[in-house]
Design a protein. Structure first.
Lengths: 405, 298
């Protein structure tokens, strides 16, 4: 290597310190990646800061969502927003710098890679309102004799006290989750399959002197069908949202389901729910969902889901479950159009509206009335028992009546 | 080892790679050029993500062209398995071999029956076995469509440039293939897979860049027509369409316009060629609502 030992040592220090800063800001940079960054710098011998920008972006990142944070940290480190000597002396125990403050700075002129404005910046916004604020509203006495299942099985979630909701979470997590099945592409040997397995039949024929006496058959395997859960976490759904997050967490883990929540905008939660305990998941949810308990734009959220995820494959042939009361602050016709699109993509659409459990319920909410014609199954899911029905509906989902398109 | 030096001579730095790509008809912005340069010279697998039609697949083709090595392409799909991606035993031929040996009264040794002549090489094995002198470019297209188990199956290939066939042993590449993976992000790829790869997100190109690309790909089109269409595509992208047209659609559009003898884009010619750029009925409605004259830039 032509580099002097000193030069290499400096490069290693710079690369690892930069990686460390990114890590502190929430980008999962491993030492391995930092080493790769150093390697690319040695290889490409960057001349300008922009060259270094691209080398780092290519070697340190692993996802599009990390780009805004990377831009901010890169600016801070290499474009002189902060003296780099500070970066070298960072304290590993110091609280991570809030990336939101940096990623919202306007991009610099003539700088490459700033076109990704369509991407929501990764921000660690302040968590939403604390749902335990109403903890002292009522404190019902807990019956000691009846089991939680008996006591709470039929109780509407909106009537439960916070303590009871904690109990309910355990009940919800115990709900049996069985995925719906679809026909797989591969085949497996089966006595009553429709296809002849020529290969195995011939192999068997060796036992009978080359004459195929027994036919071996195959049939298509059954594979789990994809399940997509989209929950409304706006203000009007607040009593139900937390319980449904537990259901989603169970579904993500047991069924490999995809999970989204929306109020005014859509957030993908699959990753957050798939890792860590329940409290970690909630912390992540409120971090990733700054509009937790805000207003509702169902049509916009559904369109966004379809454009960015559904049409690319997530919704195709899937059982899509939407949990919402259908209160739309936008144009209800948007909801209708989005549902029509969704239904053409999905295998089955299930709408869960906890408000529909009321005896005098009529789908008067504009969004709900617009969505209903495009829903295959409509359920209440307002209590643990009703949630059981939701799980059954997911498991036995059938394609609805013939649809257009 | 000499293949490495050869690559170093051919592509000493990023600008030279960019120039070579441009000669091959592919305009790479600095970020993509950096990513491809590192993928070739480190060498390290490269994961490319971006909207459909921004040129992910095309970049691998151009790279293979400038290196003058074969492009080996593996199109992923749901349920793809080792037999389709890596290798398969030529079962009918093995049976025939047995029968012929029996007829001749010979013994069939298992080692001959599971020898290389009975092996059908699929793309991944082809890439490993490529004799050189330069490494092959292996394009693993739309890896997000394959099952998660298949990703795990790629690890050995990506990390070691080797594949293991139980009957034969581990086959190691003499010339580590240059691996490019593309993903449309229908699902999150496994971290273990991402960890092994360089990463680049291809953005939709700026108006000037898009114009240059289209001009390069459709040299027979008039320059004014190309600029008009690039601007019209940019306008369509601002509308609330389900599938914003990409660079591939812009090229299709120019082709269609040239075929129909369109000299200048106007509402009428947009009307006739809109099917080349928007592929959804709803998107056509959106475009009509916005006004075709507006799309044409009138």
């Amino acid at each position: 290597m032509p580099e002097s030992a000193l030069g290499q040592a400096d490069l290693a220090a710079v690369a690892s310190a930069f990686g460390h800063q990114l890590h502190a800001a929430g980008v999962p940079v491993t030492p391995e990646r930092s080493a790769r960054f150093a390697e690319t710098v040695l290889l490409a011998r960057p001349v300008t800061i922009d060259d270094v920008y691209w080398l780092g972006r290519v070697s340190l990142l692993s996802g599009q969502a990390q780009i805004p944070v990377y831009n901010a940290i890169f600016d801070r480190t290499f474009r002189g927003v902060v003296d780099f000597s500070e970066g070298l002396a960072i304290d590993p125990d110091a609280p991570p710098a809030p990336p939101a403050a940096h990623s919202e700075r306007p991009p610099r002129e003539g700088e490459p890679g700033r076109e990704s404005d369509g991407v929501a910046p990764v921000t660690s916004a302040t968590p939403g309102s604390d749902a335990r604020a109403d903890a002292d509203l009522e404190d019902r006495s807990v019956l000691a004799a009846a089991s939680p299942e008996e006591r709470l099985g039929h109780r509407d979630f909106s009537e439960c006290s916070p303590d009871e909701l904690t109990l309910l979470r355990q009940l919800v997590e115990q709900l049996p989750l069985i995925p719906p099945m679809r026909r797989g592409r591969r085949t497996r040997r089966h006595p009553s399959g429709a296809r002849l397995d020529v290969r195995a039949t011939l192999r068997r024929a060796h036992r009978s002197g080359g004459d195929p006496v027994r036919r071996i058959r195959r049939r298509h395997v059954q594979r789990p069908r994809r399940v997509v859960l989209i929950a409304d976490v706006s203000g009007s759904m607040e009593p139900y949202a937390r319980v449904y997050l537990h259901l989603m967490r169970g579904a993500v883990r047991a069924l490999g389901a995809e999970s989204f929540v929306f109020a005014t905008r859509l957030t993908r939660l699959t990753r957050h729910l798939a890792t860590g305990g329940p409290d970690y998941a909630y912390a992540k949810v409120s971090e990733a969902t700054p509009d937790w308990s805000g207003g509702t734009r169902i049509g916009e959220a559904l369109n966004r889901f379809l454009d960015e995820h559904g049409r690319r494959g997530i919704a195709r042939g899937a059982v899509v479950v939407i949990v919402s009361d259908g209160w739309e602050i936008g144009d209800p016709a948007d909801v209708g159009r989005a549902m029509e699109r969704l239904r053409r993509l999905a295998y089955s659409v299930i709408w869960v509206n906890p408000r529909s459990a009321a005896a005098q319920y009529e789908p008067l909410a504009g969004g709900m009335a617009a969505a209903l014609p495009h829903v295959d199954t409509f359920l209440s899911g307002h209590s643990v028992r009703a949630l059981g029905d939701v799980m059954t509906a997911i498991q036995t989902a059938k394609r609805g009546e013939p649809r257009r398109g | 080892m000499h293949a490495h030096d050869d690559l170093a001579d051919l592509l000493p730095d990023i600008p030279s790679l960019q120039a070579c790509l441009a000669d091959a008809g592919y305009l790479a912005e600095p970020g993509l050029a950096t990513a491809l340069f590192c993928a070739v010279r480190l060498p390290q697998p490269l994961l490319l993500e971006g909207e459909a039609g921004v040129g992910k697949t095309q970049s691998a083709k151009a790279l293979a062209e400038i290196l003058q090595t074969p492009l080996i392409r593996l199109q992923c799909f749901e349920g793809i398995d080792a037999a389709e991606a890596l290798y398969e035993w030529n079962y009918p031929r093995q049976l025939l071999g047995i029968r012929v040996a029996e007829a001749r009264g010979n013994d069939v040794a298992e080692t001959t029956l599971f020898g290389r002549e009975y092996l059908i090489e699929r793309p991944l094995l082809q890439a490993i076995e490529h004799p050189g002198p330069r490494p092959a470019v292996l394009l693993i297209d739309e890896v997000d469509r394959a099952d998660e188990e298949f990703e795990a199956f790629l690890f050995e290939l990506l990390a070691e440039s080797a594949v293991t066939i139980p009957e034969i042993g581990t086959l190691r590449a003499h010339h580590k293939p240059i691996v490019i993976l593309t993903s449309n992000r229908t699902r999150d790829l496994h971290d273990a897979l991402k960890r092994r790869c360089l990463y680049h997100w291809i953005d939709y190109p700026s108006l000037e860049h898009a114009t240059e690309i289209v001009r390069m790909r459709v040299p027979e089109a008039k320059a004014t027509l190309v600029s008009e269409i690039a601007a019209a595509v940019a306008r369509l992208r601002t509308l609330d369409v389900q599938k914003p047209p990409g660079i591939a659609e812009a090229i299709d559009w120019v082709h269609a316009a040239v075929l129909l003898g369109v000299q200048q884009l106007d509402a009428d010619s947009v009307q006739r060629t809109l099917g080349a750029v928007l592929k959804y009925r709803e998107d056509h409605e959106v475009a009509h609502e916005a006004g075709l004259a507006w799309v044409a830039g009138a």
